[in-house]
Design a protein around this ligand. Structure first.
Ligand code: 5GP
Length: 345
């Protein structure tokens, strides 16, 4: 046994310190970024916020709206080949910069991935996603997917430590997805006792990735637009959101009504709800590691998107960053024991 006594931090343990700024208005802040990816060599430009590949969030309807804001959607893995064909027919070239095809590493997942990519060779992004990115079979699978698709941009995860970020980048990932246990409907920390506070994970993993020319996504744990700003401030190249995008018109799940209030169902991809829906139940040897919750209905997702982007612009203005690219360089985090004023909470 070993004990590390360094305190690791989540978003709620810090604030971004304001700095002198010459910016006159937050409208001056450019949120788009341009990256050239390590292995695929492809260039990408856009606003680096991604809707999570959960079946209640990473829907085609969400993708259509987020694309209007130059943002991305990791489309969940439960759409079939015909659904993809229906979605892509009639949409312009631009959509390929705004969507990722998600897949697990089981044989049937990879068969499905190959079918979709053969039918739609213009798709550029593959999101190879497992709950635990530390297992050897995952790295082997990543190597095989890289060999089969040298020109695709591959996202791989999830991990939370620098050495594993390096391993994934050296095994073919362009972008590593970072986050274990931080998600809003995740109970891994409770069920398994495993995890890593999200901000520290981002800071440490960004450092490892950038040293090799790779990129990272901060995945999970954002509760507010301020947290999204903190993730970027910590060095995340992209931020992925699940819970903050749940409960909208375009999110998956049916609209429920109880006592005049409307709700939408939102659940973790390892929850018993998801496992019953997609895998015929929770297998005997495993525990459900996700929650099922009813989210109050929140209307069109575009309003939430504007709110989040407004918050990130505001953060940039407070530290004098005229572009999102500069935010991390201009960020000084201060450790705190308080966040918002709770009088009207
Ligand atoms: P959120 O933005 O809601 O805080 O976090 C979203 C992320 O939570 C997802 O992108 C995914 O990485 C993670 N996640 C989704 N479902 C589950 C689950 O059932 N269990 C766990 N451990 N993590 C989940």
């Amino acid at each position: 046994m070993r004990l590390e006594t360094d305190l690791k931090l989540g978003f709620k343990e810090v604030m971004i310190r304001p700095k002198r700024s010459t910016l006159k208005t937050r409208a001056q802040v450019a949120l788009d970024r341009t990256f050239t990816f390590l292995h695929s060599g492809r260039e990408w430009s856009g606003v680096p916020v991604i809707a999570s590949n959960m079946d209640t969030v990473g829907t085609f309807d969400v993708a259509d709206v987020l694309a209007r804001f130059d943002m991305m959607t990791a489309i969940h893995k439960h759409y079939g080949e015909e659904d993809w064909t229906r979605f892509l027919a009639g949409r312009g070239e631009g959509i390929y910069q705004r969507i990722m095809v998600s897949t697990g590493i089981a044989e049937q997942d990879l068969v499905r991935l190959n079918r979709i990519l053969s039918a739609h060779p213009d798709l550029q992004f593959i999101c190879l996603d497992v709950a635990n990115g530390y297992v050897e079979v995952f790295v082997d699978c990543l190597r095989r997917v890289r060999e089969s698709y040298p020109e695709k941009t591959i996202v791989a995860g999830n991990v939370v430590t620098g050495e594993m970020v390096e391993e994934l980048l050296l095994s073919g990932a362009d972008i590593v997805k970072v986050g274990i246990g931080s998600g809003s409907v995740c109970i891994t920390r409770v069920k398994a006792g495993v995890g890593y506070p999200q901000l520290s994970a981002v800071i440490e993993c960004a450092d490892a990735a950038h040293g090799l020319g790779g990129r990272i996504i901060s995945d999970g744990g954002c509760v507010s637009a301020g947290d999204v700003a903190k993730a970027f401030g910590g060095g995340a190249d992209f931020v992925m959101l699940g819970g903050m995008f749940a409960g909208h018109d375009e999110s998956g799940g049916e609209l429920l009504e109880r006592e005049g209030q409307h709700y939408k169902l939102f659940y973790g991809m390892s929850s018993s709800t998801a496992m019953e829906m997609h895998s015929g139940g929770v297998a005997d040897y495993r525990a459900s590691e996700g929650k099922t919750v009813e989210v109050p209905y929140r209307g069109p997702i575009a309003e939430t998107v504007k709110d989040i982007l407004g918050g990130v612009r505001s953060a940039c203005t407070y530290v004098g960053a005229s572009a999102l690219r500069e935010l991390t360089k201009r960020t000084t985090f201060i450790r705190v024991l308080e966040q918002n004023n709770p009088v009207f909470a």
